[in-house]
Design a protein around this ligand. Structure first.
Ligand code: GLP
Length: 247
């Protein structure tokens, strides 16, 4: 795992955007697994601004949804698809039909999972995964414990994830309790991965994820076992000391 340490959140966002752009430049039909959550929002803004300055043909880009709440009405503001559309798909001008979605409105989750997996296979897997780190070490909603081959599936959110998602929607009571998540089998098969981590509250779990034992109890720790992972962390998240394996 490569570590790129950035001064602050803005620098992290610029670096992440530059790396996403590199992938798009090399492969205009790249499949990009794109997390929602707060951490990548700056990167998506920077990316949209860079593309406004230097337009590129994004008509063949394939964004891929990472996770989605269940049990919401189709037009509910809390849909993670809606968040993804507002934050990245629309600002970039990528055709909505290009997106490989997870659990489309009202669909049976098992049917949605089967078509998601089939679409990903047809697209040749993930070229670049842009991930955030959950406070309990989750990736997407792969809640601990999660083995490396955990499949795409419906999950019940842990109390820790409900608490952390409360900041998105104005209180824990507004956080859906069930979700569907891309499996670790898909996430860990990405050809390249950017793990974005910002802020002091993530410091402890970040150290467990990148320098602690590889264990289902910290799903992000599986990233230590695969190639092509770059951790972009700001100083607040990384802290004054601590070690990480490089290369
Ligand atoms: C959320 C999402 C993840 C996200 C992570 C970190 O619960 N399921 O996809 O990456 O937790 O979120 P944030 O970036 O807001 O800290």
């Amino acid at each position: 795992m490569d570590l790129v340490l950035l001064d602050d959140y803005d620098a992290l966002s610029r670096e992440a955007a530059a790396r996403i752009l590199e992938t798009i430049a090399v492969k205009p039909d790249a499949t990009l697994l794109l997390a929602t959550g707060e951490t990548p929002m700056g990167a998506y803004r920077e990316l949209a601004e860079a593309l406004a300055r230097n337009p590129r043909d994004l008509s063949r880009l394939r964004p891929v949804q990472l996770d989605e709440y269940l049990d919401l009405e189709a037009d509910d503001d809390r849909s993670l698809w809606g968040w993804m559309e507002r934050a990245v798909v629309r600002p970039l001008g990528v055709p909505t039909g290009n997106v490989i979605r997870l659990a489309a409105d009202g669909e049976d989750p098992e049917v949605a999972i089967a078509s998601y997996e089939a679409a990903l296979r047809a697209a040749g897997g993930i070229d670049l995964a842009v991930l955030g780190l959950g406070p309990n070490g989750h990736l997407g909603f792969n809640e601990p414990p999660a083995p490396a081959d955990a499949p795409t599936r419906t999950v019940t959110l842990t109390p820790e994830s409900v608490a952390s998602n409360a900041r998105y929607w104005g209180g824990a009571e507004r956080v859906p309790r069930r979700a569907v998540t891309a499996g670790l089998d898909i996430i860990l098969a990405a050809r390249r991965t950017l793990l974005l981590v910002s802020g002091e509250p993530k410091r402890h779990i970040l150290q467990r994820a990148v320098a602690g034992p590889v264990t289902p109890d910290v799903p992000a720790s599986w990233l230590q076992r695969i190639e092509g992972v770059t951790l972009l962390a700001d100083r607040a998240a990384w802290g004054p000391s601590a070690a990480v394996g490089r290369g």
